[in-house]
Design a protein around this ligand. Structure first.
Ligand code: OSB
Ligand code: MG
Length: 369
């Protein structure tokens, strides 16, 4: 298929509340939205990166730069039969998985719409709902955290992830566990700890956590392999896993017992499903992570989370947990069983609200063949 035009938009959408992790705070989602036009079809994608250079080296502006200067010129001079053809075209662009994933998502949407099927169907997911939880940022006090968690539980969320950092880890977890003895609970360190903190992290073992996510350095599979045997709690890698090869390295080394899959982080839905397949064949549980996506990225994450190996609840909450106004027509809402429904319409199965999108667009540019 010949792509006729690709429009990039740098958007900025304020969150309903600030999101604080161990190493950075986000007030709004700034990201690149990709719109592809081909054969009378309009398709959408979202890049994972935000304005910070903390979770990853990629930012909204590097996504734009790599798309404009490398990925789009290659795509507009090619004739893409399918998503693997796109992956071949971008294979020699080093790194920048979030930039690659944004356009790949739009192509999945395009090819699914062209075939008249949902993304879920195209990737062979199943079921009408996926289990979800909520990722709770670090709060000013433990009391405030207890109140925020109570609020999410009242809304029906049945799995809570707490962001932790030194000084706000064991105490916060103990307080939440005491208030909610049976809650599905997990924590995320976002790379703030070091192997020397192993004894400190062992204190988390008594709280029956589902997992501890990315405690050590982003690129540090080796020290995670030294940490995991010292903990009863399962280590889950997020930042460290950018490909199925990284997943193999991590599992061969014993660096983790669970993997967080974010299509955006791993260069797209194709690589996400390859990691899923690799883990599933080895009985390693995976779950869907999130980048506080708009409704566009959320639709893709929900569809991918319907693959059978996604056995743990995902970080994919209702639109209202993130935004007062989403840029899709029908926002995602939480079902009473702590699930989100998988869209069934063609492609991503969501309609973009152009008026809402215009309001949040800071900059846009269209590139043509
Ligand atoms: O580490 O999982 C993370 C958001 C931005 C960057 C990194 C992370 C997160 C989250 C939010 O935890 C998950 C969500 O989208 O709800
Ligand atoms: Mg994480």
């Amino acid at each position: 298929m010949r792509i006729e035009a690709i429009t990039l938009r740098h958007i900025k959408m304020p969150y309903v509340s600030p999101f604080q992790t161990s190493r950075w705070t986000e007030l709004d989602r700034e990201c690149v939205i990709v719109c592809v036009k081909a054969g009378g079809i309009t398709a959408w994608g979202e890049c994972g990166a935000n304005q910070n250079c903390a979770y990853s080296y990629e930012t909204t502006k590097t996504n734009w730069h790599v798309l404009e200067d490398f990925i789009i010129p290659a795509v507009l001079t090619a004739d893409l039969a399918d998503v693997p053809a796109y992956r071949a075209v971008v294979a020699d662009i080093n790194g920048h998985p979030m930039a690659k994933a944004g356009l790949e998502m739009a192509l999945w949407d395009l090819f699914a719409r062209q075939a008249g099927v949902s993304l879920q169907k195209l990737i062979r997911g199943s079921g009408d709902r996926v289990k979800v939880g909520v990722s709770v940022g670090i709060q000013p006090t433990t009391e405030k955290l207890l109140a925020v968690v109570d609020g999410y539980l009242a809304q029906g969320y049945r799995r809570i992830k707490l962001k932790i950092k030194p000084g706000r880890d064991v105490g916060d977890v103990a307080a939440i566990r005491q208030a909610h003895p049976d809650l599905l609970l997990q924590v995320d360190g976002n790379s703030v700890y070091r192997l020397e903190d192993a004894d400190h992290l062992k204190a988390l073992d008594e709280f029956d956590l589902l997992l501890i996510e990315q405690p050590l350095g982003s690129d540090d599979i080796i020290d995670h392999a030294k940490l995991q045997p010292q903990l009863r709690t399962a280590v889950c890698l997020d930042e460290s896993i950018l490909s199925a090869t990284h997943a193999r390295w991590a599992l061969e080394l014993g660096a983790c017992r669970v993997i967080n899959i974010k299509p955006g982080r791993v260069s797209g839905i194709s690589e996400a499903s390859a990691i899923h397949d690799y883990c599933r064949a080895r009985g390693v549980p995976v779950w869907m992570g999130g980048m506080l996506e708009t409704g566009i990225g959320r639709a893709a994450n929900v569809a991918v989370a319907s693959l059978p190996g996604f056995t743990l609840p995902g970080d994919i909450s209702a639109s209202a947990r993130y935004y007062h106004e989403d840029i899709i027509e029908t926002p995602f809402v939480l079902n009473p069983d702590s699930t989100l429904s998988v869209p069934t319409g063609p492609g991503l199965g969501v309609d973009v609200r152009m008026d809402a999108l215009e309001r949040v667009t800071l900059r846009q540019a269209t590139f043509r063949r």
